[in-house]
Write a new protein. Sequence first.
Length: 203
Amino acid sequence: MRALVIVDIQNDFLLGGALAVKEGDQVIQVVQELLQKKWDVIVASKDWHPADHGSFATTHGKKVGDEIELDGLEQILWPIHCVQNTKGSEFAKGWDTSKVQKIFHKGVDKNIDSYSTFFDNEHRRSTGLGDYLLENHIDEVFLAGLTTDFCVKYSALDSLSLGFKTYIIADACRAVNLRGGDGERALLELKKAGVLIINSKDI
Ligand code: VGL
Ligand code: ZN
């Protein structure tokens, strides 16, 4: 049984958004096409931060890109993005969100970030996605969305660790690329870890 997990296709990660990802808009059409294929479960995540989240540079009077220690964990500081119930955290337009059976929210705890759609960055808390997939007898997880080098990457690693056969649909993802090549490096690292890297035409 196969699940499509659509990661963080939200306004703030797209053109004009607070944390716009280069070519991010290009994944929307690919995801819309993926939605027409046969899936047993379709779920999506939303990055869903309180306005004073600890991953925001402004929360600490620091600069975007600085690194701090947040509640004992290394944290890269981001611009304010995906604040709960704002335009920036809404799903982007252009894909059929009515096909999404359940939405999982992440990054809700001010004191810890959550790149993965399954757990926060220290695995203190689960979003419930793993249990939901198991309840639905899913054994294969296909990931699409934003971003290849953060939220898709960490979701893929957690998916593997939970025992799911895990695929990344590379053309349905884009990277932040804080440093050039981060997206490509993430895919190589994931491949080594056992994630299968495919393209939408392979499905
Ligand atoms: C993400 C940075 C901060 C992502 C979320 O969705 O990849 N990146 N918050
Ligand atoms: Zn975030």
